[in-house]
Every structure is written in structure tokens, then in C-alpha cells.
Design a protein around this ligand. Structure first.
Ligand SMILES: [Cu+2]
Length: 134
């Protein structure tokens, strides 16, 4: 009997991860943020400068688990200020820490390997400090 309960519980969890929720339409992501639809980020690339953050918004009815990495594989990257996996349900928003290192970085979703977004962090050069660059 307990095996049956476990089987039903696993089926319900799987249904929650792979079936969209119902209800009001999710809010649109704000400008300068990375939105999420079903199995895609709403943009493929974002350019920021040193000292900025990146905000991701789940504007879909689907569950996403995002973090550093590519092709659905979450892994640490030097200079990338996001070190955790973030569970994002409908209308959830997450803002990373400040990106201080110039370079090209990737964020992905572990549930949907097709979801990878490139983040390009530009160098402020000698113009100013990262906090006032831009
Ligand atoms: Cu996803």
C-alpha cells in the first residue's frame, strides 16, 4: 500500500513539473529582464556592463530551474555571480548579484535543455567605476 502512495506522489510531482498551471495569464516580464516561455528564454542574449545585475522573470505557466551552465547542465563558472539553482514558478522573479568580471557567461534551465541564454558583461575600461559605468 505504501508503494502505491509513493507511486501516486511521484506521478503528482511529475505532473506538476511537466503540466502548466491554470489561472490568470502570467505578467509580462519588465524591460531589461530575461523572460521565460515554455522551453525558451524570451531572449537569447543580454549585454550588461560591469556592476549591473540580471533579472529573470518566469512569465510562463511552466516550472523552471535556472542556474549557471549551458544546455540544461548546471555548473559553476568563474566570474559568474550566480552560484545556486533557482526554482522559478509562474510570476517568480530572481535578480542575480552584481556581475563584476567582464566576459561571456551562460545561464540555463535544468528541466529544459533548450533554454540557454548568453550574458555578455562589458568592461567599463577606465571611464569610471563599475557602479557608475554605462
Ligand atoms: Cu525551463
Amino acid at each position: 500500500m505504501s508503494f502505491l502512495r509513493v507511486l501516486v506522489a511521484v506521478a503528482l510531482v511529475m505532473a506538476g513539473a511537466f503540466l502548466p498551471a491554470v489561472g490568470a495569464d502570467p505578467a509580462k516580464p519588465p524591460t531589461r529582464s530575461i523572460g521565460m516561455d515554455h522551453e525558451v528564454f524570451t531572449i537569447t542574449e543580454m549585454t550588461i556592463h560591469q556592476g549591473e545585475t540580471v533579472t529573470m522573470v518566469n512569465n510562463s505557466r511552466w516550472l523552471h530551474i535556472v542556474g549557471p551552465g549551458e544546455g540544461g547542465t548546471l555548473e559553476e563558472a568563474d566570474g559568474l555571480p550566480m552560484h545556486e539553482r533557482v526554482l522559478m514558478e509562474t510570476d517568480d522573479s530572481y535578480t542575480t548579484a552584481v556581475w563584476n568580471q567582464p566576459g561571456v557567461f551562460y545561464l540555463t534551465c535544468s528541466i529544459h535543455p533548450e533554454m540557454t541564454v548568453k550574458v555578455i558583461v562589458t568592461d567599463c575600461g577606465g571611464c569610471c567605476s563599475p557602479a557608475s559605468c554605462g
